[in-house]
Design a protein around this ligand. Structure first.
Ligand code: CU
Length: 110
């Protein structure tokens, strides 16, 4: 249970195309959040509680820059986004309960 890519580097403001594929038997997602907000995002996701799977474990939060769908085994999603204009380390995390502890990485914006 982890992302095979734990660090990505991109230039600020560039258009990025990212393919997120899930070869695992469990479902996973990926959320890009503001610097330092990985644990907060995961905590907010946990608070979604019983509605978790309906909401794909994506909480409402201004700190979430984008989120993938909840991907089942062997599914993938192409995510196109504009890299943040502000340089920094932007964490990405899986918001399913408990996953964020090990399922996380960093998008380095330079
Ligand atoms: Cu996960």
């Amino acid at each position: 249970m982890s992302y095979d890519v734990k660090e990505l580097a991109v230039k600020a403001g560039k258009t990025i195309k990212l393919t997120f594929a899930n070869p695992d038997v469990m479902s996973h997602n990926i959320l890009l959040v503001q610097p330092g907000m990985a644990d907060d995002g995961a905590a907010k996701a946990l608070a979604v509680g019983a509605q978790g799977f309906d909401k794909q474990w994506i909480p409402e939060s201004a700190d979430i820059i984008w989120a993938s769908k909840l991907l089942d085994h062997s599914k993938d999603q192409v995510i196109e986004f504009t890299a943040p204009e502000k340089a920094g380390d932007y964490p990405y995390v899986c918001s399913l309960p408990g996953h964020h502890v090990v399922m996380r990485g960093v998008l380095k914006v330079k």
